[in-house]
Design a protein around this ligand. Sequence first.
Ligand code: FAD
Ligand code: FO1
Length: 449
Amino acid sequence: MTSLVDAKRVRILSELSLKNGPVVYWMSRDQRVNDNWALLYAQELAISKDAPLAAVFCLWPQFLGAGSRQYHFMLAGLREVERSLTQLGIPFCLLHGDPGAEIPQFLEDCGAGALVSDFSPLRISRGWKNAIAARIALPFYEVDAHNVIPCWHASAKQEWAAYSFRPKVHRLLSQFLVDFPAIKRQEIRWPGEVENDWKRAEKGIEAEAVPEVNWLVPGEAAARAILEDFLSRKLPGYDLNRNDPIKDGQSNLSPYLHFGQISAQRAAMQALSGPTDASAFLEELVVRRELAENFCYFNPDYDSINSFPGWAKETLRVHQKDRREHLYSLRELETAKTHDDLWNAAQKEMLCRGKMHGYLRMYWAKKILEWSESPADALHAAIYLNDKYELDGRDPNGYAGIAWSIGGLHDRAWKEREIFGKVRYMSYNGSRSKFNVPAYVKKIGALSC
Ligand code: FAD
Ligand code: FO1
């Protein structure tokens, strides 16, 4: 099959000859219809076999500490996917439970001839795929539809810093920043009716109640509008404004990128096609984001202090017993009850808006290191809070961002000091020199949730 999908983007998880029967795209990470290489690959396969195509999503009731706010954002986006696919004559089937069991069952029930999935470097996704591959006797393809450069192609090893990863990305960009074919309307009818039980989906979520976020509209269409608005209004000042929590300088794309409601490749191509210099944005969107993917892909301990670089593990060990002037429990941190008004405001921004400003996330996590009994406790607290409240949480960016802040990942050694050792330190006064801290504290103080 001569494919429009670059073969470097496709991995074969179980090599078996194509069988007759429908092609199934198991949608998980890339929850969108447009610009989705996994869906495109599945459709090409179906057309080459003159077989019907269906997309399935399996709802797992408690995903890495996600709260109700994240599930509601995701489900709203999935309902839009269902509407869009149905208009294209492609059924969207919502399953409930463990994908390791439900996907094989679905494939058996519909007599599928092949399975296509999207890609995630996280342990949970790998576990699901291993369970499915062990239970099916079908060709099973994995397509990296999330990254501009397929993760396994960008580098053959864990990269220790952006400076060694950046040239690899820039060398490959032109090869992968290619246009997406449009998804075709499916003429072949899917045997049987598909009726999704969204009420059951809502009721089945076993997530803690976390206040809803209503300043962002979920879904693929809203994501596109946010991108267009960012590119026209904010890209020109991005490098200057992105690190100032008072200015609305960031794109707000991360929740949409996390849930796959927009393609990072689409965002990159749109940014590059405009008149404004997009290098600062591409640095974050491609180099930094795909460096985080590289970290989680090659380092199975991505959510443990074992993943820290050797120099950082050593220096934090040496300073483990240093006196902590302040110590806070997870509960005190969660409820933003520390002595530091800037930290409390950042925590409250995350609690109420579901998206802490990027600059403050570094300060926020580093202070948790300073105010915890041990780096391991700090890592646990930061991941717990990040994944429970951030719309964009439970993501390689989060594990890498927290390991950068607490364990010097992708960073170098700095001047040695108490508790941090040679891990980069960030201070309250340092923040004051960067932006108007009282104005930020006042702005967040006005929030209620
Ligand atoms: P923009 O500045 O508009 O950036 C555009 C895109 O570039 C982002 O959506 C993201 O995909 C990527 N990007 C930007 N900064 C980074 C970065 N430092 N590392 C990797 N990719 C980046 N990002 C998440 O998506 N989920 C998380 O859970 C998360 N947790 C973090 C925790 C800590 C302690 C730190 C230091 C960073 C964390 N980040 C996380 C990275 C970054 O802060 C967010 O991606 C960014 O603030 C999202 O807002 P935006 O899309 O408006 O950013
Ligand atoms: N993906 C799924 O396939 N099923 C889910 O039930 C599911 C829930 C979920 C909740 C919060 C969240 O942030 C992401 C969620 N995802 C879910 C998407 C997740 O990004 C993908 O499963 C990745 O493949 C995991 O690495």
